[in-house]
Write a protein that binds this ligand. Structure first.
Ligand code: ADP
Length: 743
């Protein structure tokens, strides 16, 4: 405590001395003077005094004591001097170290400053009054001014464009700015924050800017390019739609007229030519459809439906549709839908059909002998269904297996020339399947065949959950002999086993004959493909051993008359329901009337009362075609060659009290197009309260937005070109039915 106090007093005195050196000097001089004077005066007055009792002895003692005292003082002083010297040396060393350190600091500062100044980024510091306190070289260069001219001013660049600003968690504000500089407009990405350089001073705003002009320009160029590409893509789809429309219109004429020509009496030669015209037209049509479909998918316009559909119906329809093509090449085609699958699933049946038709169509195309099987099984994931299309064709080389899924790619150019095709089918199929959330895989061995697998997630439909398409017969313990060979035979055997029967699949007629007497068969199925004569003979032999049912499997219903030995027949590819019905437990007897399903007669007969139809169509050939088709169907036709004429004709008929029953309106016509003409007709009907004439659009355009336009204009539906008799008849029948309902 005391030490502290004395130290404090000392420090204060020292400070006083430092601050007031004159007063200190005066005090010191005064004290030295008074001490010297006091001593001298005492000594002189002492020696002069009479009664001082001077004693030289005592004096000598006193003097020597004083001398000793002085010596002591001197010794102390010299010691202190040495101590002070030592401290001084220490201080000097410390001082030197400090100087070095100072030097280093200065150097570092210099380095930092030059680094700061020569930064590529712009650095500028501003005080609280927005005056520049520091600007680095880059900033000065961009401003085109010397540092001296900038510091102290409120200089700033003109802002041409200000981007959004954001604040980071550290408090730094980040924003982009386009500024005007003497070197032209530049984009700068700024980072701004407050820094406190000196304690006691207000904080300064430090802005660091990076020139991002190149990056920004590139970004802009990229986004412009993307916009352009998008626009080009849209234009391309539009162009394709337009072009396909333009091509379809004359094609409609070619195919339709070809059809009409074929209905007339022709010499065989002429019939061949006319057929060739029609087939080529249809092939061209298919190609256009594919191109249009592809461009639609490319443009991201593939909308999938979510509707319940029956799996087995879809598969059976596909096999039946392709059966003639397969049978023409003496190939087998067969389908098998696993019983564990739900009866109905939810998805886009039309698109799935397109994919499977393409795969199965390819399978038939690239197979010369054997056959094609369509097998539907539960997939590996929940709710996934796996569609297998298996063929015994030429196969695909390993190196081509990836490639063929790309557009316009074919496995083998040489092969492609023999088989034709565009190479678009698989590309479209893969895109559709991907859109459905599924995948297509391929396993193939050249020369042996290929298996394409489509696995797509398809949820079971709620509505008919747990139901089955047909009552599957209980064949437990029943013996069935199947004399057949090939893909379909093994699929039928598989199905029969699922139903519980003991199935013998025999491919050889002699073995079959030997087997027949062994037991009483619940049913014997004989495939006509083993040879018609053999099949007939087997039928005769089997009668005794299979009294209940003896069924002939045939690929067409034309042969059945000759095979009287059988109790019934089934047409290949077999429908599971037909097989189930044939094997149901009530015994069958041979019936003279064997046709299982009488072919549905096309309703080409004219309706009792023909309709009066107004056709607005500018293309002469198509108008002629429409007239022929409608007249053949027993309707009365008036043709108008443009929208204006159609409107006039409609008005005239309405006011004469004989309104048209139907208007077929081409969409694209000169003068007044179909949409506008329809709007006017509808407006007139609304104004007069007249009766509502059904109007169907005639269009070769399949874009969805155009369909909307038709409905918006007040049309009741549309017919897509190319038109044939069946399509037209169907549409008119639908119309008649709805009128009957209404009436
Ligand atoms: P396209 O059949 O119109 O040429 P795809 O895209 O449908 O076009 O098929 C591409 C190619 O894949 C075919 O040209 C063919 O070489 C090969 N390919 C497809 N399916 C099969 C198959 N089942 N067997 C052998 N090759 C096939």
């Amino acid at each position: 405590m005391a030490m502290g106090r004395t130290f404090r007093i000392k420090v204060r005195m020292r400070r006083f001395r430092r601050q007031h050196p004159r007063i200190a000097f005066a005090i010191r001089s005064f004290m030295i003077f008074s001490a010297t004077f006091g001593g001298a005066y005492g000594f002189v007055s002492g020696s002069r005094s009479e009664n001082s009792g001077y004693d030289p002895h005592t004096f000598a003692i006193g003097a020597s004591f004083l001398f000793a005292l002085a010596c002591l003082g001197l010794a102390t002083l010299s010691m202190r001097l040495r101590f002070v010297n030592k401290r001084l040396r220490k201080l000097a060393a410390h001082n030197e170290a400090l100087i070095d350190r100072n030097w280093e600091l200065k150097e570092a500062e210099e380095r930092a400053r030059s680094l700061f100044e020569q930064q590529g980024d712009l650095i500028v510091l501003r005080d609280h009054q927005n005056r520049i306190t520091f600007a680095n070289d880059a900033y000065c260069a961009l401003a085109g001014q010397a540092r001296g001219a900038l510091v102290g001013t409120r200089f700033d660049f003109d802002v041409l464009e200000q981007g959004d600003s954001a604040r980071e968690s550290s408090g730094t504000r980040v924003h982009d700015q386009k500024i005007a500089t003497p070197l032209g407009a530049r984009w700068i990405a700024w980072r701004e924050g407050y820094v406190r350089l000196d304690a006691g001073q207000p904080a300064e705003l430090q802005s660091v800017g990076r020139d991002v002009t190149d990056r920004t320009e590139t970004e802009r160029a990229l986004s412009d390019a993307r916009d352009q590409a998008d626009a080009a893509n849209r234009a391309k789809s539009r162009f394709l739609a337009m072009a396909s429309h333009e091509i379809r219109t004359p094609l409609n004429g070619i195919i339709g007229m070809g059809g009409l020509l074929l209905d007339t009496t022709l010499t065989p030669e002429q019939a061949t030519y006319a057929k060739a015209v029609k087939t080529s037209g249809e092939a061209l049509m298919a190609l256009i459809e594919e191109l249009l479909d592809y461009s639609k998918i490319e443009a991201g316009k593939l909308d999938l439906e979510q509707r319940p559909f029956a799996l087995s119906t879809l598969i059976e329809e596909i096999t039946e549709l392709l059966a003639p093509r397969a049978q023409a090449k003496t190939l087998e085609i067969a389908a098998y839908v696993d019983e564990r699958l739900p009866l109905e699933v939810v998805g886009d049946a039309a698109r799935l059909r397109q994919v499977l038709l393409n795969l199965a169509g390819n399978a038939i195309k690239f197979t010369a002998s054997g056959g094609v099987a369509l097998i539907v099984e539960p997939g590996i994931r929940p709710n996934e269904i796996s569609f297998l299309v298996r063929d015994t064709g030429i196969g695909i080389a390993a190196e081509a297996q990836q490639r063929i899924f790309r557009e316009f790619e074919q496995a083998d150019e040489r092969v492609a020339r023999t088989y034709g095709g565009t190479g678009l089918g698989l590309a479209i199929s893969e895109r559709i399947v991907k859109r459905m959330g599924g995948r297509i895989t391929l396993a193939s061995e050249p020369g042996k065949g290929s298996t394409f697998e489509v696995a797509v997630p398809l949820a079971p439909s709620e509505a008919r959950a747990g139901q089955t398409a047909f009552p599957s017969p209980d064949l437990t313990g029943k013996s069935i002999l199947l004399i057949a060979e090939g893909i379909e035979a093994s699929l039928i055997a598989r199905r029969l086993e699922r139903w519980g029967s003991q199935t013998c699949l025999v491919t050889d007629a002699t073995v079959a004959e030997a087997l027949l007497p062994e037991r009483s068969w619940h049913a014997v199925l004989v495939d006509r493909a083993i040879g018609p004569a053999i099949a007939d003979r087997l039928g005769g032999v089997a009668r005794a051993h299979a009294p209940q049912r003896l069924v002939l499997l045939t690929s067409s219903s034309r042969h059945e008359k000759q095979s009287a030995a059988f109790t019934g027949f089934l047409v290949k590819p077999l429908r599971a329901a037909s097989l189930a019905a044939r094997l149901a437990l009530t015994p069958e007897v041979a019936s003279p009337e064997l046709a299982p399903e009488p072919p549905v007669e096309a309703t080409s007969a004219a309706p009792a009362r023909g309709l009066s139809v107004l056709v607005a169509e500018d293309n002469e050939i198509n108008a002629l075609l429409m007239r022929s088709l409608l007249t053949k169907l027993g309707h009365r036709v008036v043709i108008a060659v443009h929208g204006e004429a159609a409107l006039e004709s409609w008005l005239a008929a309405s006011s004469a009290g004989t309104p048209y029953d139907l208007v077929l309106m081409d969409i694209q016509m000169p003068q007044l197009d179909g949409i506008e003409a329809t709007k006017r007709i509808r407006a007139h009907e609304a104004a007069t309260g007249g009766h509502h004439t059904p109007i169907l659009a005639l269009t070769a355009n399949t874009l969805v937005e155009d369909r909307y336009a038709c409905f918006e204009a007040g049309m009741n539906g549309f017919l897509i070109k190319p038109l044939d008799r069946d399509k037209l008849d169907e549409a008119l029948a639908g119309l008649a039915a709805s009128r009957q309902l209404a009436g």
